[in-house]
Design a protein around this ligand. Structure first.
Ligand code: ZN
Length: 345
């Protein structure tokens, strides 16, 4: 097997599958690339387009795409007229007009490559009307057309659209691989890891396997708010585990986020922390998304019972929902503390 998509990290199985489809000329007309924001969907899509056009595609000794031939260079620098990105711009949805424009464009043969690749961003925001218009092209596309639908979840797509495309999931990059890559490619990451390894570890854990998020968090300002959220989550767990009484709970609540969005983010981090602890009560090998230090998580989980953690998880979810529905911030937090038994009723 050729080395493939070598400048992207993680997702080895997906890379091999795509490379196999491309090299054996079995690449389909439509693929759905599914994964959360920051997981590198657009980078993947551009590299797929380059791989399809790469002049060294069938030759040994070159990765796929090679990144050096004129076709690769043109596509990877975003300058190929045969790779077209369709997006919603600053609108909430991807409407039928954009799809109709694409419909006209699809009929024009490619300029200088064999394939014409359409990268459809935020495909989950396509209106039903847009999806029905898209189906008209998807049912019988010209032989040279490839659609890459990028989405953070394909559920809003019509079954008729999904059934005509292959869905490929982009997985989070394992923490160690992400850390190693970040240090190798970003000088700021190397400085942080050497100067403050604990904070670097927090950054990697907070990135949740997302390359985009990890890079974002190298910015100290962005990192600060995430670290604050994670600190709040840990403080909550410590408070709940130590049963320190009402005064400590009231002071904790007073220090909670002052704004609604901030409070929701902190509660979400806390939920993710509680979720890890709950999973650890079931099995010590559970995959963790909040903690990067399994020992720290296990020691904390040991101090709770499963019903306690379930009660906290339920209470936090309810509080998040209430705040999203515009409930009063202070009242919601007090209610949460009383419902979960942190404060006496
Ligand atoms: Zn090439």
């Amino acid at each position: 097997m050729k080395p493939a998509f070598t400048d992207l990290i993680g997702n080895q199985r997906l890379k091999e599958r795509l490379c196999d489809d491309i090299c054996s000329d079995r690449f389909g007309h439509a693929y759905i690339l599914e994964g959360p924001a920051g997981f590198g969907k657009h980078s993947f899509a551009l590299r797929i387009a380059a791989a399809l056009a790469c002049r060294h595609r069938a030759e040994d000794g070159y990765p796929l795409p090679c990144g050096e031939c004129p076709a690769c260079r043109k596509i990877l620098s975003g300058n190929s007229p045969d790779v077209i990105t369709v997006g919603r711009g600053d609108k909430a949805t991807l409407g039928v007009d954009a799809i109709r424009a694409m419909h006209v464009d699809v009929l024009i043969a490619p300029n200088d490559q064999e394939d014409k690749v359409y990268i459809i961003e935020d495909a989950q925001t396509m209106t039903v009307q847009a999806q029905n218009a898209f189906l008209l092209i998807l049912e019988e596309p010209p032989a040279y057309v490839r659609f890459l639908l990028l989405t953070d979840g394909s559920a809003p797509l019509l079954e008729t659209v999904r059934s005509r495309a292959q869905t490929q999931r982009i997985e989070p990059v394992p923490e160690e691989e992400l850390a190693e890559w970040l240090v190798r490619t970003e000088p700021a990451a190397k400085i942080l890891r050497n100067g403050n390894p604990a904070e670097f570890g927090e950054l990697i854990a907070a990135a949740g396997g997302s390359v985009g998020r990890a890079k974002d968090l190298l910015d100290p300002k962005k990192r600060r708010s995430i670290l604050d959220e994670r600190e709040t989550a840990r403080a909550f767990a410590e408070l709940a585990a130590s049963h320190r009484g009402s005064a400590a709970v009231v002071s904790f609540l007073a220090d909670f986020g002052q704004k609604r969005d901030e409070a929701i983010s902190r509660l979400s981090a806390t939920l993710s922390c509680v979720r890890d602890l709950l999973l650890l009560k079931q099995t010590e090998n559970a995959p963790l998304c909040f903690f990067h230090d399994r020992e720290e998580a296990c020691n904390l989980a040991y101090r709770f019972t499963s019903p306690e953690l379930l009660r906290y998880a339920g209470g936090i979810s309810e509080a998040i929902e209430s705040l999203r529905r515009n409930a009063n911030l202070r009242l919601t937090l007090v209610q949460f503390a009383m419902q979960t038994g942190l404060l006496p009723r």
